[in-house]
Design a protein around this ligand. Structure first.
Ligand code: ADP
Ligand code: MG
Length: 322
């Protein structure tokens, strides 16, 4: 049997050297606080996300995948603000100090932190039901990409494909069937969402408003509409659906997943007609798929419009905790 791992050994072993070194970080894990400098002329952008076992990921999920997802989910908010990552902190509650689990978690976290170029600079470690809270710190020029800045007449765009993460959850819950290859693709989309953090920074000065899609397109676009005191019309026919999603469920189900599913962590943004070509060129250069899905109009609320011009009725609008 392995000797019990103390709290401070655990921190030293698994959480003290995660992510790249950075000139902005003067003091990292090990003191009462971390010390960071914010690049001159920029603002600090802060966001925090908690993932709870059994609620945000299946209890039996692999530790590496949990770590990857936890960091991507948090960084996605920096992407949606147009912010550049500076550093992150991690508060973790663990049911026990299992070194096998911690090795995997730490390796997944290190891989993701290197990928996004963001160091872990501190945190808190406690005993309790598995809960992972990641706070990200970034820097942004000016006002960033705020939800309230959409303009009537803007086109609405989304990155990537929508609905895959919702289909992955349905596969995990054995509600739909898929072959090995399809399952691999969908689970990857759920556990390894790619925060669009490089593109987000490039959208500053091009897009008016942006949000990352965590709770479902209709719900999240609804936040832009409400904050901007405008309405949003989605042309349902134009939603970007992956070939795998279309193969594993019917077209109406695929659209339902894309509209209300959540967990995709793609960006939804609004852009004036004048800046559309610049947006398309920017996404082409970044190698990011982008699709125009609708328009911002005067009014309130989000409407989903079918190819025949008739409104689509949704059974639910997105995920809400309460
Ligand atoms: P304090 O009691 O002063 O809050 P802690 O004992 O909680 O300090 O933590 C000691 C050091 O280890 C601090 O620098 C803290 O930021 C860091 N730390 C604790 N848990 C983690 C973690 N999960 N990931 C990264 N750093 C951590
Ligand atoms: Mg503490």
């Amino acid at each position: 049997m392995q000797p019990a791992l103390g709290e401070f050994d655990l921190i030293r072993q698994y959480f003290s050297d995660i992510g790249p070194r950075s000139a902005e970080v003067q003091l990292s894990v090990g003191d009462d606080c971390a010390l960071l400098s914010v690049p001159a002329g920029r603002r600090l952008a802060i966001s925090i996300d908690t993932l709870i076992a059994g609620r945000h990921f299946p209890e039996e999920a692999n530790a590496k995948e949990i770590a990857t997802r936890a960091l991507a989910v948090a960084i996605s908010d920096l992407a949606a603000m147009g912010a550049t990552p500076l550093a992150f902190t991690l508060a973790i509650a663990l049911p026990q100090a299992n070194s096998e689990w911690l090795s995997l978690f730490s390796a997944g976290l290190a891989e993701a932190a290197d990928f996004y170029g963001i160091p872990l600079v501190g945190g808190d470690t406690t005993k309790g039901p598995l809960t992972i809270t990641v706070q990200v710190h970034g820097s942004v020029a000016g006002n960033g990409l705020q939800r309230s800045a959409a303009q009537a007449g803007d086109s609405i765009f989304v990155t990537g494909f929508l609905g895959d993460a919702a289909a992955a959850l349905a596969v995990i819950r054995q509600e739909i069937k898929s072959d090995t290859e399809q399952t691999g693709y969908l689970l990857d989309r759920f556990y390894r969402p790619e925060a669009r953090v490089v593109l987000g920074q490039q959208l500053l000065g091009i897009a008016n408003a942006a949000i990352d899609i965590s709770d479902g397109l209709v719900a999240d676009l609804g936040h832009i509409a409400r904050a901007s005191a405008l309405a949003a019309d989605i042309q349902v026919d134009t939603l970007p659906l992956s070939p795998v999603l279309k193969a594993v469920v019917s077209e109406p189900q695929a659209r339902q997943f894309a509209l209300t599913g959540g967990d995709d962590y793609e960006l939804c943004l609004t852009v004036s007609q004048n800046n559309k070509q610049q947006l398309l060129a920017c996404c082409r250069a970044a190698g990011v798929k982008i699709t125009e899905i609708g328009t911002i109009t005067p009014g309130a609320g989000v409407s989903c419009i079918n190819g025949d011009g008739k409104p689509l009725k949704l059974s639910r609008s997105g995920y809400q905790h309460f």
